[in-house]
Design a protein around this ligand. Sequence first.
Ligand code: GRF
Length: 215
Amino acid sequence: MSASCNVVVLISGSGSNLQALINSQSEGNPARIRAVIANRADAFGLTRAQGAGIPTAVLDHKAFAGREAFDAALMQAIDAHAPDLVLLAGFMRILTPGFVRHYQGRLLNIHPSLLPRHKGLDTHRRALEAGDEEHGCSVHFVTEELDGGPVAIQASLAIKPGDNIDELTHRVHAAEHQIYPLAMRWFAEGRLRLAEQGAMLDGTILPASGYQIRI
Ligand code: GRF
């Protein structure tokens, strides 16, 4: 990794993960968030970024003829910041294969489940309805398979009897705020990378479920 690891964060909403990433920068995380880009002008994360003095941009996907055109413009906006790492932090868009390939090995996502369980949306409700005893969140490298790329870090927690969706969502969110800054730090330190066989930490291929943290 170069002296500083330039990061661009993509958001669509509240940006509480973005906030955790921003906060980690003053807690010794060597990564530097150079820009935050949203596909919605009303994403509250833009306000968080501005509060931290980070440049922001809005690219409304509805203003583009299609997915390819939007992703091409998005790539241009991102690449203007010469990123070493691009983080999806609640970015609610499915990305084209060309986009994913362009950032291969430097594109991470945070997903609110213990992947490969509960890919897609509505994960907390599905974990409860399935009677899962455990739930959590995963940071993974993005590949062309939706929510299917190699997992870098996973935080798991026990579902307690009587847990409701709000409670569970809150606890998983808190776990997300721990593991995403950690993944950004490890990547910036050159410790975490994508190898052909999977996610690699300190020169060792991680198990399919990634580095495990128990909350
Ligand atoms: C998080 O639950 C994340 O796992 C999912 O989108 C949500 C974003 O939340 N990908 P926030 O905008 O960071 O608060």
